[in-house]
Ligand binder design. Structure first.
Ligand SMILES: [Zn+2]
Length: 622
């Protein structure tokens, strides 16, 4: 195991999904410097205000970024910009001047069969794309003068080779990889001319493994793995195929960066660190993704602990947390406080609202009951410590942790109470649930107002008000409407399988439940509810699915004022459906729609769009 710390120990702040102030970014740089980091990545996409493209006041001026670059350097921190050059270009592609550079235009179907609202991916073969990128990177190289590396997001570019121009030169899936590789090579050469080394995300290499032999090995590969327990390399959306990709990079002479994130749980940072300690990476980094409606401060104890572990390879995790809590809160570390923050951080480090899904999707065995109590205890412990930590930054961080812990608890409570209502275990949703939603919305509004523009805070408050309405709508439906219950098996973590239901009722009326990706969290087996008119008398149901990785359906039924309607017989099945007869029995056996093999659906685009369906005759249960 390594005994010396790696030179590249980074944090990354998302400045694209939300706009932060000069002071806030500086305080983030200060934090990184104090906790043994050497690099701060700022994820910008197209938010730099240049004459090429200007997003407006949500962007950052070259002068501000120049100032931050110098500021970081004065603190012995290298500022590394994160720029988009293929996917994640929706901001830019909304500009009428660049719409012709989009691989897919509004209304075109994407790889997953959905019409896109606007372009997301640049066309890699359009000469205008190259011209624009070269100009953009040239401007950036004059802003970020201290960094030897630029991080170019070439990740999640799902639609390479979709436009007419690209398709012309394509014979097979291999050409998709070739187009991608040529784009990477172009960017590499531009950056090289500008004196910058390129860091790129490695997820496309899962799909185009052959390109590694074409890429110069001075490109630094950014391996991003965000799993709760990271003990091997798991491919991104390729049936979780396990490769020893880091070993492959080492054998081929590539340097690579191990990127964990605060987007899910602390365990990701801890386990990826342990895994990376047994390999030979070039650097380590944690990304603070998407802090649109929360602040990154709640992650500070965990980030500080990462800083300690990376600065002293082999340092026990608990000792890293002791040191982190001492320096972040300026108090003697307490086991109670550490356990409380760790529990919250292992539960949901960057809580977010999951929309209607959290009210209508549940694990097969029902909601997690135990973590609510543990979250309550964690919350109480953090509150107990509020008066013990000094005012200013330490108190502010703890207040943020408390808010996020309440958010995580609210998510749990919504899920449990909605389940109880649907399962007739309680007559209604408790009023306190609505009260906490309102109160949390107001508290986030106050917290965010203090750090961001007023209109940004108001947008967040508006979101909370919309959530309250969503919960209220759910309550009305759950109390008064009929419902359809669907049992699901979705093993692929990145599943993009879309499922729709068509219901024929007595009198020939047809109800359509539109296509939706039903994957929910980490669950493999779960159930999903839909609401339908209470007076529906069901005669037939047709389930249709398409997409990647397939979907298992264990059961379908409808409950209305007219009775309980269950499958009686399979009338018809089309496309690829394995064991449709399993739909007739209420258990965990599933009929499987589609193919499990994601790669084959990449290779043959028609496979990913093929529809698979089963039509069932329903009977009223007596
Ligand atoms: Zn194209």
């Amino acid at each position: 195991m390594r005994s010396e710390p790696l030179t590249y120990r980074g944090l990354q702040l998302d400045l694209a999904r939300q706009t932060e102030s000069r002071e806030y970014i500086k305080s983030f740089i200060d934090f990184a410097a104090e906790h043994h980091f050497t690099t701060v990545g700022i994820y910008l996409e197209w938010k730099i205000r240049t004459e090429l493209y200007d997003v407006g006041e949500d962007g950052y001026t070259p002068e501000l970024l120049r100032e931050l670059d110098d500021y970081a350097y004065s603190k012995k921190i290298i500022l590394v910009p994160g720029l988009s050059a293929l996917g994640h270009c929706e901001m830019l592609l909304k500009d009428p001047r660049y719409q012709h550079l989009a691989e897919l235009k509004a209304g075109d179907l994407n790889r997953f069969g959905f019409p896109v609202a606007h372009g997301h991916c640049l066309c890699p073969t359009h000469p205008g794309t190259r011209e624009l990128l070269e100009k953009y990177f040239t401007i950036c190289s004059k802003i970020f003068i201290h960094t030897p590396v630029f991080k170019i997001g070439l990740d999640e570019a799902w639609e390479v080779g979709y436009c007419e121009r690209c398709r012309k030169g394509m014979k097979s899936f291999a050409d998709e990889g070739r187009i991608y590789a040529e784009h990477v090579l172009f960017i590499h050469d531009v950056l090289k001319k500008l004196g910058k080394t390129m860091i790129m995300s490695d997820d496309r290499i899962d799909f185009y493994p052959g390109i590694l032999d074409r890429l110069p090995n001075d490109i630094i590969l950014c391996a991003w793995l965000y799993h709760r327990n990271t003990c091997s390399y798991l491919t991104h959306f390729l049936n979780q195929a396990t490769n020893d990709q880091h070993k492959v990079y080492e054998e081929k002479g590539f340097r690579y960066l191990c990127l964990s994130s605060d987007y899910y749980v602390w365990g990701n940072i801890e386990t990826y660190t342990a895994y990376a300690n047994g390999r030979n990476p070039w650097g380590l980094q944690v990304a603070c993704w998407e802090k649109y409606e929360i602040l990154a401060q709640a992650s500070f104890p965990a980030l500080a602990a990462a800083g300690e572990m990376w600065n002293e390879p082999g340092l026990p995790v608990r000792e890293a947390w002791n040191r982190a809590v001492r320096s972040v809160f300026r108090i003697e570390p307490s086991d109670r406080l550490i356990d409380a923050i760790l529990f919250y951080s292992e539960h949901e480090m960057s809580p977010r609202f999951y929309g209607k899904k959290i009210m209508t999707s549940f694990p097969f065995f029902g909601p997690d009951r135990k973590s609510r109590y543990a979250l309550r205890m964690a919350l109480q412990t953090m509150r107990d410590f509020l008066d013990r930590v000094p005012d200013g930054e330490p108190r502010f961080i703890l207040e943020n942790l408390i808010l996020n812990c309440r958010f995580a608890l609210l998510n749990q409570d919504i899920n449990l109470h909605c389940w109880e209502l649907l399962k007739h275990q309680s007559p209604d949703l408790p009023e306190e649930l609505f009260g906490e939603m309102r109160s949390l919305g107001r508290d986030y509004y106050a917290m965010i107002s203090a750090h961001r523009r007023k209109d940004q805070a108001e947008e967040v408050l508006g979101k909370w008000q919309a959530r309250e309405k969503m919960l209220n709508d759910f309550r009305q439906d759950a109390l008064h409407a009929g419902r359809v219950r669907l049992g699901l098996a979705l093993p692929e973590e990145w599943s993009t399988m879309y499922t729709s239901i068509r219901i024929r009722t007595a009198g020939g009326k047809v109800l359509e439940i539109p296509f939706e990706n039903l994957k929910q969290g980490e669950f493999f087996l779960f159930e999903k509810y839909y609401f339908i008119p209470a007076d529906s008398e069901i005669e037939e149901m047709e389930i249709t699915a398409y997409g990647f990785a397939g979907v298992g359906i264990t059961w379908i039924e409808a409950l209305t004022d007219r009775g309980r309607f269950v499958p009686e017989k399979v009338l018809e099945s089309s496309g690829l459906v394995e064991s449709p007869e399993y739909l007739l029995i209420e258990d965990a056996k599933f009929a499987f729609f589609g193919t499990r093999d994601v790669f084959s659906e990449f290779e043959d685009r028609a496979k990913g769009l093929a529809r698979h369906s089963v039509r069932l005759k329903m009977r009223k249960e007596l």
